[in-house]
Design a protein around this ligand. Structure first.
Ligand SMILES: *[C@@H]1O[C@H](CO)[C@@H](O)[C@H](O)[C@H]1NC(C)=O
Ligand SMILES: *[C@@H]1O[C@H](CO)[C@@H](O)[C@H](O)[C@H]1NC(C)=O
Ligand SMILES: *[C@@H]1O[C@H](CO)[C@@H](O)[C@H](O)[C@H]1NC(C)=O
Ligand SMILES: *[C@@H]1O[C@H](CO)[C@@H](O)[C@H](O)[C@H]1NC(C)=O
Ligand SMILES: *[C@@H]1O[C@H](CO)[C@@H](O)[C@H](O)[C@H]1NC(C)=O
Ligand SMILES: *[C@@H]1O[C@H](CO)[C@@H](O)[C@H](O)[C@H]1NC(C)=O
Ligand SMILES: *[C@@H]1O[C@H](CO)[C@@H](O)[C@H](O)[C@H]1NC(C)=O
Length: 412
């Protein structure tokens, strides 16, 4: 849905040598932050026209933008090797040039047929190319969210094993993908196992605990129709301790009530709050609240509904990423307008208010050491040293991200 003002805006831009790229809307896409870009790929377009999409697009997070002004840029030459949606993608914590794309519903770009020959694809930021690393025993799953710890281990819980785009079978296993060895394995854990589940979100905390929120579950894993599954309670939270490799369950008692949901998103703030946003309830019903905060600093986590929740847009199958002080929400389905969402939404996480202007974070340069050395040296040399350090620092850090929160895009 393009507004005329946007078209006029773009025509105006055409006069200038700036490219105006208007992306097609989508649901169930992937979004990651890599080298100060919010990179979006995959997702499902319009069922009646085309099932999926394979171009890659990004927002440049080093520049300010107005969320209503269509700041998207097309990544030229950047094409996905398969149509994919409701997959998971992760930027490697061992190499910030590398993205892994895992699982999801997939169609062969040429034949448009179901395609599961490669569970893992790897993207190299420097070469703008996807390759297929050899990963033995990787099991295809859909509606999953993977998270990575800082040692390069990706954790993927359960998910759906679809049978030809009807539903399928839900799992509750914990699969491990070690990106330094490319070894895929399965943990054998029997204690405290959660029910087979999919369409949850996963967020890894600083203490190595993964918090699983929402989604659907069925004790026997049956997922042949939506009526067989129940929506996971937001009061009984599934936790996986990556340091002890064990499952835990936490019953959240106090705090606000949060309706169960799927197709929501969750991101972690630097001060240990998980921001839950959007999603949809059973039989496509509305959920409440649209925005909620889970405080993980307490022994028993606590839900809280910020006052801005009422003014939140109502999206599901969108993605959310945290960068600086902003939660950046893209695409998905807009329940209020009953259409796919083309607008970017920005939540200022310092006050949990929705804003329309993005301002890049100020890079705080760690100059103190350089300064201390510089100050010990006399006049002109001092200045020269400082300038050269400054230039070198700038070159080296220009493309590295300022704030990286492992965590999460959306899900289903
Ligand atoms: C899909 O595309 C058709 C044809 O352009 C349009 O009529 C329909 O509204 C679109 N549906 C959605 C969900 O965007
Ligand atoms: C898609 O199908 C074509 C034709 O069968 C095949 O050559 C190609 O390898 C497939 N693509 C992928 C990514 O498997
Ligand atoms: C990514 O591409 C760069 C440039 O070609 C190359 O030096 C690097 O080794 C590649 N990384 C991986 C993990 O393949
Ligand atoms: C997933 O389903 C396919 C058939 O659709 C089956 O061959 C495969 O073994 C299943 N995978 C698991 C892990 O159950
Ligand atoms: C899905 O699989 C079932 C059993 O394998 C088969 O009968 C059915 O025709 C398939 N449906 C589609 C759309 O391919
Ligand atoms: C991943 O592989 C590396 C290299 O062999 C190893 O040091 C590390 O322990 C592995 N991680 C896990 C979780 O097994
Ligand atoms: C959480 O509550 C359920 C009942 O609602 C109970 O069965 C379960 O044991 C409780 N779990 C913990 C860890 O207290």
């Amino acid at each position: 849905m393009l507004s005329y003002s946007l078209i006029i805006f773009c025509i105006t831009l055409l006069i200038n040598p700036i490219l105006c790229y208007i992306p097609e809307t989508r649901i169930g896409h992937n979004s990651v932050i890599i080298h100060n870009q919010l990179l979006v790929f995959g997702g499902r377009k319009n069922e009646s026209v085309d099932t999926s999409t394979y171009e890659m697009l990004y927002l440049d997070l080093t520049k300010p933008f107005d969320s209503k002004s269509n700041p998207w840029e097309l990544l030229k030459e950047g094409y996905l090797p398969v149509y994919t949606y409701f997959s998971t993608s992760i930027v490697s914590t061992l190499d910030d040039d590398i993205i892994y794309l895992i699982g999801g519903y997939r169609l062969n770009i040429t034949t448009n047929e179901y395609e599961n020959s490669n569970v893992v694809y790897m993207y190299n930021y420097s070469t703008i190319k996807w390759t297929t690393p050899e990963v033995d025993n990787a099991t295809p799953r859909q509606e999953i969210t993977g998270v990575t710890d800082n040692k390069g281990t990706v954790y993927i819980f359960g998910g759906n094993n679809m049978t030809n785009f009807t539903m399928g079978t839900l799992y509750n296993d914990m699969q491990i993908f070690n990106v330094s060895t490319m070894i895929w394995s399965k943990l054998s854990i029997n204690h405290n196992l959660p029910s087979p589940s999919c369409a949850y979100t996963a967020t890894i905390l600083k203490n190595g605990i993964i918090v699983y929120l929402g989604g659907v579950e069925n004790d026997k894993g049956n997922y042949i129709s939506r009526s067989e599954v129940t929506f996971s309670s937001m009061k009984t939270i599934r936790l996986f301790d990556t340091l002890k490799t064990e499952w835990l369950q936490m019953n959240v008692t106090g705090g606000d009530d949060i309706a169960p949901r799927v197709f929501h998103s969750s991101v972690l703030t630097t001060d240990g709050h998980i921001i839950l946003f959007g999603g949809v309830g059973g039989k496509n019903t509305a959920i409440g609240p649209k925005l909620a905060i889970l405080d993980t600093n307490k022994d028993i986590y606590e839900w809280r509904i910020p006052s801005s929740s009422d003014s939140s847009p109502y999206l599901y199958a969108h993605t959310a990423n945290l960068y600086g002080n902003y939660m950046i929400v893209t695409f998905g389905y807009d329940m209020d307008n009953k259409d796919r969402n083309s607008q970017i939404y920005l939540l200022d996480v310092t006050h949990y208010t929705w804003v329309t202007t993005y301002t890049p974070p100020i890079i705080t340069k760690p100059f103190s050491k350089a300064l201390a050395i510089g100050l010990g040296v006399g006049g002109g040399i001092f200045l020269a040293t400082l300038i050269s350090i400054g230039v070198r620092f700038f070159k080296r850090h220009r493309h590295t991200s300022i704030l990286k929160i492992p965590g999460s895009a959306s899900i289903i």
